[in-house]
Design a binder for this molecule. Structure first.
Ligand SMILES: Nc1ncnc2c1ncn2[C@@H]1O[C@H](COP(=O)(O)OP(=O)(O)O)[C@@H](O)[C@H]1O
Ligand SMILES: [Mg+2]
Length: 246
C-alpha cells in the first residue's frame, strides 16, 4: 500500500465559494482532505471541474479560503508545482508542444531543471513506462488515449504529492481504460478523481458528492455511491431535463 503522505499535503477548504459574473458556481465548501484516494461525483454542471480547478489554484476562491499544505494554491503557484498536478478531461486543452519530449520537458524546466537534466529525466520516465520510442514523436501522431497518457506522464514527471483527475476514463476505449486504471492504482500519490463510473471508486477512501456547487454528501464509498446511484436512476426514470435552467 502507498505510504501516508507528509502533513504538508493536506487540503483544506474553509467556507470556500466561487462565482463568475455574480453567479455562484461553488458555495459553502468546508472540507479537510487527507485521504489517499478521494472520489468526486455529481451530475453534469454540479461544479466538479470547477472544484478541481480551485484546488489546483487555476482559479482563486471568491470568498473563503483554499489551502494546500498551508499555502494558497492560486497565489503560491511555484510551490504548487511539487504539490498538485492536474489532468484535464480533454488532453488537447493541456498539450502545448509539438513533440512528446518537449511536452514532458516543459514542467521539469518550470521546476528549475536545465535542458540537459530535463532531457535525462524525460528519457528515464518514458523508459519506465515502456514508451522510449515516443520521445521525438509529434503529439499529433498519438491517438486520443495516447495523448491522455502523455498528459498523465507530464504530470508524473513533476512528482506532485497530489494528482487531480477530471474524468480520465471518458472517451477511452475499454483496454485503454483498463491500462490507465492499473497505472493510477499503482501510483503512490494522493489521487482526487472525478468520475461517473462507480466501479472506478472501488478501494477509494472517501467520496464527495457535489450538487449545484454544494456538498450533498461526503463519506465512505459504499453508502454514498449507493445513494447517488439510486437518485440518478430515479431522475432518469422521471425526466432528467425538466430541471435544466437554460
Ligand atoms: N468560467 C466560467 N464561466 C461561466 N460559467 C462557468 C465557468 N466555469 C464553470 N461554469 C458553470 O458552472 C457550472 C459548473 O461547471 P463545472 O464545474 O464544469 O461542472 P461539472 O464539471 O460538474 O460538469 C456549469 O453550469 C458551468 O457552465
Ligand atoms: Mg466537468
Amino acid at each position: 500500500m502507498p505510504s501516508p503522505l507528509p502533513d504538508d499535503s493536506s487540503i483544506t477548504l474553509t467556507d470556500a465559494s466561487f462565482a463568475v459574473a455574480g453567479r455562484q458556481i461553488l458555495g459553502g465548501l468546508t472540507l479537510h482532505l487527507t485521504e489517499q484516494r478521494i472520489g468526486i461525483i455529481g451530475r453534469n454542471g454540479s461544479g466538479k471541474s470547477t472544484f478541481l480547478r480551485l484546488v489546483a489554484g487555476l482559479i482563486a476562491p471568491t470568498t473563503g479560503s483554499v489551502k494546500v499544505g498551508g499555502l494558497a494554491p492560486a497565489s503560491d503557484r511555484k510551490a504548487m508545482l511539487a504539490r498538485i498536478g492536474i489532468l484535464f478531461q480533454n488532453p488537447d486543452h493541456q498539450i502545448i508542444f509539438p513533440t512528446v519530449g518537449e511536452e514532458l520537458a516543459f514542467g521539469l524546466r518550470q521546476q528549475g531543471l536545465d535542458k540537459a537534466a530535463a532531457t535525462v529525466q524525460v528519457q528515464a520516465l518514458l523508459a519506465r513506462h515502456g514508451r522510449s520510442h515516443w520521445v521525438a514523436q509529434p503529439v499529433t501522431a498519438l491517438s486520443q488515449g495516447q495523448r491522455h497518457f502523455l498528459c498523465l506522464l507530464a504530470v508524473l514527471a513533476m512528482q506532485p504529492g497530489t494528482i487531480l483527475l477530471d474524468e480520465p476514463f471518458a472517451g477511452l476505449d475499454l483496454p485503454t481504460q483498463a491500462r490507465l486504471d492499473r497505472t493510477l492504482a499503482s501510483l503512490p500519490q494522493r489521487l482526487i478523481l472525478i468520475t461517473h463510473d462507480p466501479k472506478a471508486l472501488a478501494g477509494y477512501d472517501r467520496v464527495i458528492w457535489l450538487e449545484d456547487g454544494r456538498l450533498r454528501a461526503d463519506g465512505p464509498v459504499g453508502p454514498i455511491v449507493a445513494q447517488f446511484t439510486d437518485e440518478m436512476t430515479r431522475l432518469g426514470d422521471v425526466d432528467a431535463d425538466t430541471d435544466l435552467t437554460l
